[in-house]
Design a protein around this ligand. Sequence first.
Ligand code: FES
Length: 103
Amino acid sequence: MYVCICNAVTEDDVHGCMASGCTTAKAVKAACGFKPGCGLCTKRIHTMVSEYRASAALADALNGGPHPLAAVPEAPLDASRLPEPAQAMGQRADGGSASSTAA
Ligand code: FES
């Protein structure tokens, strides 16, 4: 969704700027290449920056401070743990219902 129509800046653009280290509305505007416009977006950008900073502060408080970004290792795929399509649908491969096996 667009935050600023005059400069065609979206919420994703603003979030990207904040994730890149912009911590003020002025810094976000500079990073997004804002040019003077109607100004209707200013309050929305301030709100987004404020929410981002508050959530970052909460996350830091819960996690004991900021942590450096690290790559998440990809878990190896174990095909034997995947359900067969028929089992996933609640039916056995022989056509019976999985719920009728107890009888
Ligand atoms: S909507 Fe952002 S300057 Fe007009």
